[in-house]
Design a protein around this ligand. Sequence first.
Ligand code: ATP
Ligand code: MN
Length: 461
Amino acid sequence: MAVNTGQRIAQVLQQGQVGATVQLSGWVRSKREGKTHAFLDLNDGSSLTGIQTVLARPEFDAQLPQLTVGTAVAIAGVLVASQGQEQTVEVQAQSVTVVGPAPAETYPLQKKRHSFEFLRTIAHLRARTNTFGAVLRVRNACAQAIHQFFQERGFLWVHTPIISTSDCEGAGEMFAVTTLDLGKTPDYTQDFFGKPAFLTVSGQLEAEALALALSNVYTFGPTFRAENSNTARHLAEFWMVEPEMAFCDLGGDADLAEAFLKHVFAQVLQTCPEDMAFFQNRIDPNVLRNAEQIIQEPFARITYTEAIELLTQSGRSFQYPVAWGLDLQSEHERFLAEEHFGRPVIVMDYPAQIKAFYMRLNDGCPPEQQTVRAMDVLAPGIGEIIGGSQREERLEVLTARMQACGLDPEVYWWYLDLRRFGSVPHAGFGLGFDRLVQFMTGMNNIRDVIPFPRTPLNAEF
Ligand code: ATP
Ligand code: MN
């Protein structure tokens, strides 16, 4: 059997001519037996809609019992005009070969509605459902659009390490990588790398080194966080996109983030209209409106200080307190994006005390009101979708900030070298890829937009 790069169902549904012979392979989604004909809905993952395959009776009667839901089949036949309104063509089968049976008594995915919770327990099979097929096609289109956006602008895709010895966020939510005997008190000098090592929480620090040579770069790869938060927005293993630009300030960073989101949404709507319509109709009736808002409306831009004023003056009672110096919570972010502005909003210049050490200090702030050049992009429906900043490019200021944050400048010697030699203003952001797909599809739980999610106590498959 050669690789099936030939006829796929999506292509046949779009371009197939009545009278053409076709050979299609896929899985039976449903079977209906009528008096003179039986009907199979055949799906090969190329589109949400499968192709209707008509089997004449009694010619195919002997085979019908085997053609149960989930069975893999190869079909040869002729395209005929479809009686139904949904499709223009269907296949009049000439031969049907069972490639792999799926016994009805044991196949877990019978044709009925299953809850997303149940489908997570059969993640190896759930890609055969409408929803997960659509999610995975949109995810693919999203990844493609991201690469296209950066490649068209001359950014290099760089590959930063997955095993890291620095904690970028300083949050300490890291998975250890070790070959030591876990029963003993660790002597890291004897460990594989001679010091503690972890799965990376971000490729940013290394991406900065590369941007300060190649000007514009981006990472797109797996990221790990051992956060024990069982939320619908956190995974222990997720994918992150991190552009980094030399000779760029926070304004340029915000411009890029806005252009980036607009491009990706427009591209996905264009490549996956059927899947996006499915999400709109079956998952979340705001999906298309949210996407159109991102594409068409200019993002609002405010400072953190203005955001605090808006929240205080809103007359709302929030669950979490609102005060200058406190981080914005999800409910605050959603108020701003959904209710106050009704469109995406970029919040800039956060208090230094709630942000990471590498963010550039704003000049001329009173000490208690010191802010950094950070930005978050907040979108209706999901809250924070992008977090970014201009980086501190001044050696003395960065060293002092590290010390104030309790970090050892010795450990970050190479990061500080970037400020010793040819330092320039530079900026970048991080986008959680799975959060983007979640937002785009309206899926409630982030576990349902990645094929095999990793969360606390869950790494099956
Ligand atoms: P949050 O407050 O939601 O935990 P964060 O402030 O920890 O996010 P960053 O450190 O700024 O997030 O990471 C950059 C982006 O990565 C976030 O904007 C988000 O989209 C995504 N992200 C962060 N943590 C996770 C996670 N555990 N699972 C999936 N995506 C994540
Ligand atoms: Mn977090």
